[in-house]
Design a protein around this ligand. Structure first.
Ligand SMILES: Nc1nc2c(ncn2[C@@H]2O[C@H](COP(=O)(O)OP(=O)(O)OP(=O)(O)O)[C@@H](O)[C@H]2O)c(=O)[nH]1
Ligand SMILES: [Mg+2]
Length: 206
């Protein structure tokens, strides 16, 4: 998917937001869409949605400005989190350059987070990719619920469930309030552009 167009001096990268159903992937993209200036964002495409459940994917193209004279163009995707849409998730992951794993803090979703991360690892493997080698950040979403009676997991519990071995950068967030959304995007964009640039540099040297 990643493409470096030397004639247009453009870098194109694909970043996919993953995570269990209802963790807040679509809400992240909506928050990014609302906070970006019109000139830097394309149309947000929401392909096949029932209520607030994504059945296929969301797509938001962004222009993140220039790095060393290259225009950085990023496409943000979300997968459908519901377990039964496994085949679609795999399809959306094809050609991924960077990943955001959005974790749900609800205690009842503890196992769903773990299974969703395993599902992601497996799909990447099928595409010949190792999760440990990919640009990846974890977002601990819905932190606003920690101040409510809703039973939620602590950051420490989520860390131990999801990031014990990966040890990637993590961001507390409340996508619905627009908190932590930009920080998550900024870090994954930085990692992804570096990864794509290195990959092309190595390919050129072969
Ligand atoms: N309290 C709270 N609710 C949130 C937050 N982010 C999302 N939600 C709510 O969680 C529900 C699911 O959010 P979505 O963004 O549709 O979740 P999704 O991950 O795209 O779900 P699927 O498309 O089914 O995979 C919605 O009702 C959102 O309003 C958050 O930070 N805090
Ligand atoms: Mg969705």
């Amino acid at each position: 998917m990643a493409l470096i167009d030397l004639s247009k001096r453009e870098v194109h990268c694909k970043i996919v937001y993953c995570g269990p159903g209802r963790c807040g992937k679509t809400t992240n993209l909506l928050s990014v869409y609302e906070s970006m200036a019109e000139k830097d964002r394309g149309k947000m495409l929401t392909i096949d949605t029932k209520g607030d459940r994504t059945l296929f994917f969301d797509l938001l193209p962004l222009n993140l400005g220039t790095i060393r004279g290259f225009n950085i163009r990023i496409q943000l995707y979300t997968v459908p989190g519901q377990t039964m849409y496994e085949a679609t998730r795999k399809l959306v992951l094809k050609g991924v350059d960077g990943l955001v794993f959005v974790a749900d803090p609800l205690k009842v979703r503890r196992q769903s987070n773990i299974e969703s991360l395993d599902d992601l690892r497996r799909h990447l493997q099928d595409y010949g990719l190792k999760i440990e080698k990919m640009p990846l950040v974890i977002q601990y979403n819905k932190r606003d619920l920690a101040d409510t009676p809703t039973p939620t997991l602590t950051i420490e519990e989520l860390e131990s469930d999801l990031n014990d071995t990966l040890k990637v950068k993590t961001f507390p967030a409340s996508a619905i309030e627009g908190v932590g959304v930009f920080e998550t995007l900024q870090e994954i964009s930085k990692q992804t552009v570096r990864y794509v640039a290195n990959k092309h540099l190595l390919a050129d040297m072969k």
